[in-house]
Write a protein that binds this ligand. Sequence first.
Ligand code: GLC
Length: 578
Amino acid sequence: MPSLARRLALGFALSLSAVAAAHAAAAPWWKHAVIYEIYPRSFGDSNGDGVGDLRGITQHLDYLQKLGVDAIWIAPMYPSPQVDFGYDISNYEAVDPQYGSLADFDALLREAGKHHIRVILDMVLNHTSDKHAWFVESASSRDNPKADWYVWNDGIDANAPGVTPFQKRFEHDGKVPPNNWESVFGGSAWEWVPARRQFYYHRFYRQQPDLNWRNPAVEQAMFGAMRFWLDRGVAGFRLDAISTLFEDPRLRNDPELPGTNAQGDPNLQSKYSDNLPEVHDVIRRMRAMVDKYPGHRVLIGETYTRDIADLDKWYGGARRDELQLPMNMLVGFGSHARFDAGWFRKTLEDSQTVPGQPLIVFDNHDNPRSIDRFGDGRHDVQRAKAIATLLLTSRAAALTYYGAPLGMTTATPTRKEDVRDPIGITGWPKEKGRDGERTPMQWTPGPQAGFSSNPRTWLPVNPNHATVNVQTELAEPGSLLNWYRTLIALRRTNPALRDGAMSFLDRTDPDVLVYRREAAAPVTVLVNFSGEPQRIKAGIVQGAVHTLAATDPALAKATTLDGATLPPYAAWIVTPAR
Ligand code: GLC
C-alpha cells in the first residue's frame, strides 16, 4: 500500500462516482474544465531552433493528460512578424513556419483528441499586423477596396484649439492626431501614413492597426477566419482584447487621470476607446455562429473588468447569449489583490454572482507569475498551493498557465539589452516587459531544462530549473505539481466540487478562509493564509470528517475538525465521514 501522502498525491483514493459520470454526460464540457494556456514559443522545441513549436506541444500531450487538463489554449501561432510575439497576425488561416505547418496543427488536434484534450485558439479580432495583406492594401491609397477596413482619420490642424502638448509631439505636415488617445504600449495611438496623408488608429503597437468593426466586411472576414478553424475541429476561442473592438465615432478625448505612465505619457481613462456597447452585438452574432457547430464550442474572453457588474455584461446578462466564459480577472489580478483571506473571501464570493459559469484566472502571459505576486520570498510554494486550492476547488472553470503548476517563477531581465518584449524596451526601467513570465518550460533538471537541444533559447532558461521542473516534482509526493494533480483529479470526480454551490462559512476570520461546496456529501475547504498555525473554530463542520486532500499529510489523520489546527499556509479539504 503506498503511503497516504502518495495516495493523495496520485489521486488513488478517488473513484468516478455514478453521479459525477451522469453530470459529465449532461453538462457542456467547458463548465468544469481545467484550461491550460500554452505560450507556443516556450513550451517545447522539437526542431532545435531555440523556439517552441506545435510538434513540441504534441510531444508533451501525455504530461498534460496526466496533469488532468481538459483543454489547451494556444497563444497565437499564426504567421506573424512577431513584434508582439504572435498578437500581430499577418494571416489568420495558416501556421507560422517557425511553429510548423497546418499539417502539424491537424496532427496536434488529432493527437490531443486521443488524449481527451481539446484545443482552443487565440483569436485576435481587434487588430491585425501592419504586414497583413488587408492593411498593406488599405494603407496604399484612400480609394482601394480595403480603404475602410481600418480606422483612418485626417487628423486636425496642429494649431487647432484644444490640441494638447501630447498630440503636438506627433505632428506631421501640420497635422496632429485627432485626439489624445494613447497606445496601451506607449505614445499616441495614431500613426501617420504618407501615402494616404492620414493617421490610422492602433490601440497596441503601431504594427497592430485596429480593424474598423463598423464595416460589415470586417466582421464577415473575421468570422470566416473563425470558421476556418472551427471546421478543422477547434473547441473554441480565447478572444484577445475583446473589449476594444469599437471606438467612439466622435473620437472624443479620453479623460486624463493624475500622473503619468511608464512611458511618461499622461494617464488616461479609456472612456471613449474601450468597452463601447457595440461590441456586444458582434459577440451575440459570433455566439450564434459558434453555437451552430456541434460539441459545445466555447467563447472565452480576455475581460479585464472594473467590477463584477461589468463582467456580467460579457455573459449577455440574464440572456447569456454572449461569452460562455468571460475571464474573471478580479480575484487574481484585481488592483488590491493580495495574499489575504479577506481579499479572497470577498472576490470569490463576488465571482459566484455572475449569471453563468465563472472562469477564474491567476496566471497568464501578460502578468508576473502568481507565485511571485502572492509569494513572500520564503513560503512561495506553500502559498502557491493555497492559490491552486482556490483555483481548483471554487465553483468555476479554471484557467492555468504553463509552468504555474510547477511553481515556475518570473525571470524578469536585469539588463535592457536582454529584453525582447518591445514595451520592456520603451518602458525601461519602469516597465520591464513581459519576458519574465514567458521563459522556456522546465521539463527536466538537464540542459535547457529539456525544452530545447539548442543552448540558445529565445529567452534564457531560468536557472532554478535544477529543482523546479516536471521530472523532479513528479517524483516528490509533496510537490506543487502533485498538489495540482491531486486537486484536478478530485474536482473531476467529486460531485460537490464539480457543481455544488459555494458558501462561505466564517465571514470574519482574518486568517482562515473556509467555504463549503454543497451536495449530498458536501465538501469543506479550509485554507490558512497566515504564517502561523491557526486553530479551527469550533462548530465549523460538525461530526466526523474524512480528508479528501491536504497539503500537510498529518491532517489526514484527524477525524474531526473540532480542536484541530491548520499549519501555516495549509489547505485541507474534507467531507463528512460515511
Ligand atoms: C492581449 C494579449 C497581449 C497582447 C495584446 C495585444 O492583451 O494577451 O499579450 O499584447 O492583447 O494583442
